[in-house]
Design a protein around this ligand. Structure first.
Ligand code: MN
Length: 160
């Protein structure tokens, strides 16, 4: 509940900032002004940092950022109501959909997660990974762009 309130406040703040900008001018959010947070344990396992870089539209219709996973770190099982695009920037990662094989991904790879497909993504056991991830916001539910589920167990993570 507290997180929901914080999320709502954050969205309001972003919205206010966006409204304050001149809407027909290029806007550059300078490095260092971009909020970085630790990945919350209800969303991630292991050491993860999230740079909240992407929000577009009035009101915002897309959200995302750069996510940095240390070796062994990964998301929980989750899905996205409007799907998600993931672009690998650096390192080596794994992505897996429920019931499917674990797939290794590399810098430049572009991953499309279809709507409502249960999956996880993250680093490998030995190499970290950084990726852009962005998802459309479900218009019927405020800032909702992800449905978080149970953690990816070590057995699942280390398996095929
Ligand atoms: Mn995802």
């Amino acid at each position: 509940m507290k997180r929901l309130v914080l999320l709502t406040l954050n969205c309001l703040l972003v919205h206010m900032v966006l409204q304050a900008q001149n809407q027909d001018q290029i806007d550059i959010a300078r490095v260092g002004s971009i909020t970085t947070t630790e990945g919350h344990e209800s969303h991630f396992t292991g050491n993860v940092r999230v740079n909240h870089t992407i929000r577009g539209g009035h009101p915002p219709n897309i959200s995302g950022g750069i996510v940095i996973f240390e070796p062994g770190a990964r998301t929980v099982w989750h899905s996205h109501p409007k799907g998600q695009r993931v672009i690998i920037i650096q390192g080596v990662g794994w992505v897996q959909q429920w019931g499917g094989p674990k797939i290794e991904v590399h810098p430049g790879d572009v991953i499309w997660i279809p709507p409502n497909v249960k999956h996880w993504h993250g680093a490998t056991t030995t190499t970290g990974v950084s990726h852009y991830a962005f998802a459309e916001i479900h218009e019927n539910n405020g800032s909702h762009n992800v449905e978080n589920m149970e953690s990816v167990t070590d057995i699942q993570y280390n398996g095929r």
